[in-house]
Design a protein around this ligand. Structure first.
Ligand code: AMP
Ligand code: TRP
Length: 336
């Protein structure tokens, strides 16, 4: 059976981009067709300036939202990255396979590091090595498919490269994974800045729809979305990015095609209104389930505890094999 792994970082409140670009497919398809693991990748949240209490809070919230979005612990494994030591164990070994140049070429690193330096801040070393930890997340489980938004494709390609290189040098150890993206909404853009991704880490948000935004807040944000000059409603990502974003969001929420949907509108206002209502309806059941889960924190903790146990058992043999293959002696009691 196909092995699927994906994750979400608790660096901010989850957004409509996370949901349409990733979580919805995990719940609707991936957990049913495959042997899937979904992870709150909390170690990744430490790569940028962080507040420990906030990371803890957001990690709990992300786990509840994964379940609220429809991940079913009977079908898949849901867990927290730092509960399974194998991720960090494998990451170090993969750092011995990756190169400095490769890391510095990563687009997300370049963008985030540049932004941090502009602010006069310092760049954590872990921001540079983060894609190696992500490769470890993926390779530890013998993952075939990694369902992610477009922004993560380059990182998954790095995981592929490291797997191939390791296998060539030290013998076949890792499955070579591939990224899969949703057909629409693989890159939901910020409603106020259609040239940038709707990213949760930015946090200030008239252009960001959060999964837990109240319906009226969602409506307001969508109605105020920046559109392009021009009058007729057409789907053109290059020339009309703001409009294209709304059409993609509407398509993702209603199951249509952006270009076809465009033909049904002769004003931006009507498109915005329908998009706002479609988003409100998509978020409604997630918010309702999230509320129920918040009332039962013991349930979520139990799921995470069981998930970590299952994940550990799955990752351990592969990570042990990588340690042996690269030349590390087995501990004495395991050597016999
Ligand atoms: P992150 O929030 O960076 O941890 O992302 C978790 C998942 O959501 C990844 O698969 C991302 O590719 C996806 N994702 C995040 N933001 C967006 C977005 N604006 N559009 C589409 N997918 C996204
Ligand atoms: N880097 C991913 C993001 O920012 C999150 C992530 C960490 C991930 N490890 C992963 C996604 C492994 C898929 C597989 O969205």
């Amino acid at each position: 059976m196909t092995r699927v792994f994906s994750g979400v970082k608790p660096t901010g409140h989850l957004t409509l981009g996370n949901y349409l670009g990733a979580m919805r497919q995990w719940a609707a398809e991936d957990q049913r067709r495959s042997d899937a693991l979904f992870c709150v990748v909390d170690l990744h949240a430490l790569t940028v300036d962080h507040d420990p209490a906030r990371v803890r809070r957001l990690s709990r919230q992300a786990a509840s939202l994964l379940l609220a979005a429809g991940l079913d612990p009977e079908l898949c494994t849901v867990f927290v990255q730092s509960h399974v030591d194998e991720h960090a164990r494998l990451s170090y070994v993969l750092e011995c396979v990756a190169t400095d140049g490769e890391m510095r070429r990563m687009i997300q690193y370049r963008e985030k590091a540049a932004r941090e330096r502009e602010r006069g801040g310092s760049v954590r070393l872990s921001l540079l090595t983060y894609p190696v930890l992500m490769a470890a997340d993926i390779l530890a489980y013998g993952t075939d498919d990694v369902p992610v938004g477009i922004d993560q494709t380059q990182h998954v390609e790095l995981a592929r490269d490291l797997a191939v290189r390791f296998n060539q040098r030290y013998g076949h150890t890792f499955v070579v994974p591939r990224a899969t993206n949703p057909a629409v909404a693989a890159r939901v853009m910020n409603l106020q800045e259609p040239a940038s991704k709707m990213g949760k880490s930015d946090d200030v948000g008239p252009g960001i729809v959060y999964l837990l935004d109240e319906p009226d807040v969602v409506r307001k944000k969508v109605m105020r979305a920046v559109t392009d000059s021009g009058r007729e409603v057409v789907y053109d990502r290059q020339a009309r990015p703001g409009l294209a974003n709304l059409l993609e969001i509407l398509a993702a929420c209603t199951g249509g095609e952006p270009a076809e949907l465009a033909g049904g509108y002769d004003s931006y206002g009507a498109l915005k209104k329908d998009t706002a209502e479609a988003v409100v309806e998509v978020l409604r059941p997630v918010q309702e389930r999230h509320k129920e889960l918040c009332a039962d924190p013991g349930y979520v903790e139990g799921v995470l505890q069981e998930g970590a146990g299952k994940a550990r058992a799955m990752a351990r043999p592969t990570v042990d094999a990588a340690y042996r293959a690269i030349g590390l002696l087995p501990p004495v009691n395991a050597a016999r």
